[in-house]
Design a protein around this ligand. Sequence first.
Ligand SMILES: [Zn+2]
Length: 253
Amino acid sequence: MRIIFLGSGGGRNVFATQIRGTGGFIIDNGKTYIHVDPGEGALVRAKMYNIDIRKVRYILVSHVHLDHANDVNAVIDAITLGGIKKRGILLASESVLKETPEFGYPIVRRNYLNYLDHYEVLREYEDENLKVKSIRTKHTDPYTLGMKIEVNDKTIGYTADTRYFPELAKFFENVDVLIANTLYPFGFTSNKHLSLDDAIRLAKLAKPKMLILTHFGKRIIKEGPAKMAEIIEKRTNVRTIAARDGLIVNLEF
Ligand SMILES: [Zn+2]
């Protein structure tokens, strides 16, 4: 099993400049691909890193912001051959699937929903390939969902975009891998996003076997995410790596 990063950037500046990609990440369980947060550039980044996007069967979308959801129609198009083959399962936040007062029309087109085998607003989901549990996070899209994804014998936690709150650490307790969207460096507090200080709190309380930092804003990118990951590992004793575009993490521990 492996996780492939089609992006490691986030926030409006990095989205606009694409100095780091915003294509989300893919969990490859050996048979099928689970694509989490197909933001802008997902198809192009997949091509860049020799990933055949047509192997995606599950699309999980945490919220409606474009660095997470922009390419959801494009991925559905790719996996269904433009709707010729009904295929795929989409599990997403309400803001992605439904009309909401905050965001208006849903981001997924109605005809594209009909191309799928199944779609639903993600709460809890289970089938023979995966089990997913979600938690409502605290972000500017009020429908944003963090998730715990059980695939094969591993549990992968994904914070999605959120500020820190104690229930978040509780939700991710003892996961094998925790993927944390840390937009801000040390010394920053935000009511929309995690900082590296929050990543330390999460690592200490949730105690994942591995912490992967991603969704970097321009300030962290300047400071060097790999160096920041080293600091966090030293302070928490949790194995910590910084994602980069095209990074493949093998989960054979
Ligand atoms: Zn967001």
